[in-house]
Every structure is written in structure tokens, then in C-alpha cells.
Design a protein around this ligand. Sequence first.
Ligand code: GLU
Length: 438
Amino acid sequence: MSQAPIPSASAAAGTHPLPSYLQADKLGPWGNYLQQVDRVIPHLGSLGRWAETLKRPKRILVVDVPINMDDGTIAHFEGYRVQHNVSRGPGKGGVRFHQDVTLSEVMALSAWMSIKNAAVNVPFGGAKGGIRVDPKTVSQGELERITRRYTSEIGIIIGPTKDIPAPDVNTNEQVMAWMMDTYSMNTGSTSTGVVTGKPVDLGGSLGRRDATGRGVFTVGVEAARHIDLDISTSRVAVQGFGNVGGVAGRLFHETGARIVAVQDHGGTIYREAGLDVPALIRHVAETGSVGGFPNAEVIANELFWEVDCDIMIPAALEEQINAANAGRIKARMIIEGANGPTTPEADDILQERNVLVLPDVIANAGGVTVSYFEWVQDFSSFFWDEAEINARLVRIMKEAFAGVWQVAQDHKVTLRTATFIVACKRILHTRQLRGLYP
Ligand code: GLU
């Protein structure tokens, strides 16, 4: 039987107007994501008839998170879990605690997870969660109650074969342990596979903590070879010095590269001869930021973007590299440790200026790759050693990056569009194989 054609994206939007929360004003992360999708559609061939699916998250859950505060009052927090696409497997992606988290931001982050998971070919769809809370303003007990109530509220859509959360900005192994315990209590089971990024003693994986930074470093080394950039003599500037930027900074430092500038919420520090990275990692662990680090010059935050460097690693939040600063960046290569750090306008400026951008959807995929290993280990209750995990991680990242590089050459597009081509084809191919139900 012949199938009725699926209307094109614009026709579909015309006959069936998008829900209000999808009508992005082209500003913000969701708007940026939609522009990235528009850039890939001309390269999708016949799979393009399914492309509209990429512009609509499959499932959005907004939850109220009420908790008893230490002072006897009751506070309400807003929580989200968005499953963008589950064609290739269960939803997968982190949970972010941040005072500025919004639904449309979480939608974008969930969509980038779909692209990322398909780009490295792990059998997951894309999902993301968030709670509007500044964790610095609540006690440890309050944080635990927020986490547990949120987990309970999203419990109706998460699960080891449904959607598997993980750490993201301001969440960590302890938060994952509470989530695993809450879900397990509610289901009367020991469900280690419901979240990844857990403590190693609770079904976590060796190597998970460093995995995102290790992946950033791995693709950086691969890309540098293509542009004749010698990593061991390079100068690196890093924004965000937590689990991603700190680890990537350490690995670059260990090759002999100089980490000349680091910026975080505590300010921007600079040292032309290179910062003492192990000491800086200890300082951030003890004080919470790079502020007050001895033996470095403090420079204005704006000047970070003009620092003389070869490699820049944005490893903090979205939209940091935008039309206002992209023209001032001196680096030859940008490795996106963060999700969504570069706006589409900035992408165009950087391309024009011949700055190579290694996009988030491949560059920071190391975290979720080891999350995949963790999930597999949890299912089999058989755990691998760290050398094996790191070797598998590096192999997957190198192979995925080589494939994306080739597609970029073949289609004469940026690495971002090339990664989207690889990933969207995989997603839409499975979409087509599964077909529409009913
Ligand atoms: N939050 C990380 C990311 O943005 C990891 C997600 C995961 O491991 O599921 O890729």
C-alpha cells in the first residue's frame, strides 16, 4: 500500500500550528537548535520528510517540587524532564540544577542529547531535566529533599529502559545516588540502571567522572592533527573549571600545553607562562571557584575572549560565544565542552574567520559514552576496569570524529552541520524503520 506523503516542515507548521512552547522567537537555546536543524535539512535526502520530528520534543513533563525548608517554611521549585526523541532507544541525558533553567532551555538540551547520542552511535534517544534552584542557596538536607521529590515526580516517565538521567551542571554522584535510591524505593527494586554517573560503590562506572573532559581532549588532539596544530606547545583558554573544563585542562596541561587563562563565576585569571593546573584544580575544589588563586593575574571577564591562545574550551553554559565576541577570538580551534555555547550567528563569524569549531554534539559526548558503559555494566552486574573503559571511550570518540570529519569534507559544511547530518540520518532512519503508530 502506498503511503500518504508527510507534509514538509513548513506546510505541517501551517496546517497544524506548533504548540505555543515550541514557537521559539529564534532567540535562546531552543531557537539556536532549530536553526541548526534547518541547516541540516537540505542534506538529508529522502529522510527529510521525517525532519519535522526533530523540531518537536516527544514528551514534556513540568513538575512542582514542594519541600519542607529547614526554617519551617514550605518552598516550591519548578522541575522539568523533556524526552526529545526515543527512536533509537531510551531517553538519556543529564539533570541540571540552576536558578535560570527554563523549559525551552531543557528542550534544547534534550534535543542536543538526541543528536549527541546518535553521533557517537550509542543506543539512546535524547532527554534532559532541570530544576530551577541555585544549589548554593539551599542546605544539603534541602537539596536532598528537592532531588528526591523531583525524582518521585518524574518517576512516571523515567526508568532503566525508558529514560536514564545523569549528572549535568551542579549535579554530581551524590545527587545520582539519591535519585537511584528514590526510584528504587518507589518501585520496590534495586534499580541501579535508572541513572548513570553514580558513585562507583553503587553501580557507577570507573572513568565516568573524567569521561567528558577526556572526550574533549581526545577530539581536540584528533582535530589538531588536521590543522597542523602542535598540542604540546599550544596555549589554551578554558571557561568553566569543573568536571569538564578542569579535567580537559589537566589533560592538555599534561601534554605540555600552557593553560593561559581560566574563567568561571569567580572571575578570570591569566598567566602567560601557563597556570599551575594541579594547584588550580585543588584551589577550585577547596574554594568553589578560580577567584583568589595566587600566582595569576586577574583580568576583566570581557578580556577572556581576546586572550592570545590557540585553543579555547568553553565548558560552562549556553550562548557564551555570540555575535558580540566571536570576532575577537584569537584561537584557531574551539572545543565545545559545554552544551550550546556558540550561537548560530557566532558559528558563521567563526567559519568566516577560519576558526575550527568542534561542536558540543561530538566534542562533549565522552560523558554519555561512559554513561552507556555504566548502564551496560549495571544490566549485567559485571564491571570493567578503568583501562578498558578509557580505551573503549577513546576508540568510540576517534571513530565518531573521523566519520564526522569526512562528512564535513564531502558536503563542504562545518563540523557542526556534519555531525547533525550523521546523527539526524541515524535518528530519522530508525524513525522510518519503526514507522508511525497507529
Ligand atoms: N550531562 C552530560 C551531557 O550533557 C551527560 C549526560 C549523560 O551521561 O547521560 O552530555
